[in-house]
Write a protein that binds this ligand. Sequence first.
Ligand SMILES: [Zn+2]
Length: 414
Amino acid sequence: MRERLLVGFLLGVAACGTAACQLAEAQSFGDSAGPRRTTDIELVADSELIAGAIQPGVTLDGMFARYDVVEGDRQALIAAVRAVFDVRRMRVGQPFVMDRLLDGRVRSFEYEIDGDQRLRVGADLSRSFTAAIEPIAKQVTVDAVEGRISRETPSLTQALEAAGERLDLALALADVFSGELDFSSELQPGDEFRLVVERKTREGAFAGYGAILAAEFVASGRALRAYRYAPHGSRPAYYDEEGRSLKRFFLKSPLKFEPRITSRFSSARRHPILKYTRAHNGVDYSAPTGAPVVAVAPGTVTLAGWTGGGGRTVRIRHSNGYESEYLHLSAMHVRAGTRVSQGDLVGKVGATGLATGPHLHYGLRKNGAYVNPVVEHRNMPPGEPVPAVELAAFVSARARLLGLLQATALRAAD
Ligand SMILES: [Zn+2]
């Protein structure tokens, strides 16, 4: 009890920072406490909890000096931190908490590296510091979410937003079905989806999504289902009802999300800038400048540079004689020779070269000749199935996940 009172009081002090401010806080606390004032002041004897955030242009040493940490502890603290963490990776605005004795020695220092990890430094009785990086404890719950594509919510982002969810979940769901559905052109009002996802919380507040465990998408009357399953010794992946991988050789589109086809592949069309008819060797996707462009399949970058009309252009060579190309980029994130996996970022949408505005021109060649990427992507066979020896295990995992998915449907029907 005594300890809790002390911490509560000191946290109040810590929030304001300067010595003058601390005095004012102490004063007002004393006033409101009325006759108990003397008792409360006795509690202050030990240490101060100083909470703050990393400031721009201040070194760790400068920061410790600002909070009156004694010279010897400053050096020892920094040495302990350096043993486990690169101090240059400390980010402005990230919170820290320091427990400092009133004589300027430090009992502990904690810095939040990111949403998942914290750096903790503690002093032992002999005044030597030990630092460690620890995971931040989070609760994980499994939740069902559902939504509907409508005239008011025509995109996956909007439909999920209407269901109270965030962009990350829309991206993750689009990823699950990225080999099956082009979220740019294939969504219709009336399409429905539901999914089961892990939701992380930290001290009661939302702290990000975990994995999508199962999902169902009914698009134009066609029901697609995805079950997350990890075959023995492999990473988890998504499989359909029959245990076939949902990962295709090609993604449905090189834009992560919600592009709109503004010009289709054709053997003859009037070029909007050159004003004469010539073949359109790919598809144009309307997308804002800066939208991420990803590799449609694993491969090796053969070109990342300027081509006349194409502006900043990336070309990737894949197996089976395929080569994909991404034109008019505002930025490139790969170099010639880079090995990329399917879905890796290769650049950002732009309007470089001959382009009337920001868009992505995406082209695909097979054995050197341009082919219609939309048709080619659609015709690729389904991915690898769950190994036959594991089919029984997959079927029982599928039944469990289907139960979770259907529980949502029942709840929605209530
Ligand atoms: Zn084009």
